[in-house]
Design a protein around this ligand. Structure first.
Ligand SMILES: Nc1ncnc2c1ncn2[C@@H]1O[C@H](COP(=O)(O)OP(=O)(O)OP(=O)(O)O)[C@@H](O)[C@H]1O
Ligand SMILES: [Mg+2]
Length: 266
């Protein structure tokens, strides 16, 4: 039987929309009645809380320093989403040791009883800081936009992740597309590159259109899923939440349950 699912939201190139997709996907899953936590794993540059309009009193740094349970540093976000914030602006988080990253990941075991979905908003790129957190998730969403640099960098991410042998299924979210057809076209071009060179399964799970209402939500610190649930971008992200919770969900990477490993072991 499946326990909780950890969903990584990652990208090769920065600024392609990971945080917006993570926050709004968390809210969408919660609206669907799921128990959701959002881990802002963009340590050092954590900004998910700003978009959510909350001010975390504590971050994972406090849990690490005090050896305190994660439950003590959770910030309640909108729609009951539990936010676990990274430490914004802290150089110590940028230089986190592998052992400390492992400690953070293991600490999530205690949350497994309380959440159905953990959404993990990562930093961009293929640093160990990013890869360790992605490897600990069983579903990997890669955000791409339709420009060559984003393709090349997303390809690099998929390459290192698939070559580790631990991730073989990748959910692709095409962001900032003009429309559905444009999103399909971007995915088709990206898939052709990936399949030519890599042994990875990639699935087109959502096209999120370019949407002024999403940006308006960003400036008001009120995510589009709440401020404009009928907007094109909110509907697309709700569609993504419905897909991954529904009977037609794309396959997850069964070997990677590290975020809840200690929970599943008991
Ligand atoms: N679908 C969209 N329509 C319009 N604007 C968007 C869309 N997606 C993202 N943006 C804008 O792009 C910018 C970057 O988004 P976001 O912070 O979510 O990216 P990111 O991938 O998390 O960046 P970083 O790599 O720095 O963490 C934001 O200003 C956001 O408003
Ligand atoms: Mg971000």
């Amino acid at each position: 039987m499946r326990g909780s699912t950890a969903i990584a939201v990652t990208s090769g190139k920065g600024g392609v929309g990971k945080t917006n997709i993570s926050v709004n996907l968390s809210l969408a899953l919660s609206k669907l009645g799921k128990r959701v936590a959002l881990f802002d794993a963009d340590l050092a540059l954590a900004n998910g809380h700003i978009l959510m309009g909350v001010n975390p009193a504590k971050t994972v740094v406090d849990a690490l320093k005090a050896d305190a349970p994660l439950k003590d540093i959770i910030t309640q976000g909108p729609e009951g989403v539990k936010l676990i914030s990274g430490g914004s602006g802290l150089t110590e988080m940028m230089n986190l040791s592998t052992a400390n990253r492992r400690k953070i990941i293991n600490a999530f075991g205690e949350l497994g009883q309380d959440v159905d979905y953990l959404v993990v908003d990562t930093a961009a790129g293929i640093e160990d800081n990013v890869l360790d957190f992605v490897h600990a998730c069983n579903r990997v969403l890669v955000v791409v936009v339709g420009e060559p640099a984003a393709f090349i960098d997303a390809y690099a991410s998929i390459k290192v992740l698939s070559q580790s042998g631990r991730v073989s299924h990748f959910d692709i979210v095409v962001n900032r597309a003009r429309n559905e057809a444009h999103g399909k076209d971007i995915f088709k071009r990206f898939k052709a590159i990936v399949e030519r060179f890599l042994d990875a399964n990639i699935y087109h799970v959502a096209t999120v259109p370019e949407d002024d209402q999403l940006n308006a939500g960003v400036s008001r610190c009120n995510p589009v899923m709440l401020s404009a649930p009928n907007s094109r971008s909110a509907k697309a992200i709700m569609g993504l939440a419905e897909l991954i919770t529904g009977p037609k969900a794309t396959p997850v990477n069964e070997d990677a349950e590290a975020f809840f490993a200690s929970e599943t072991a008991t």
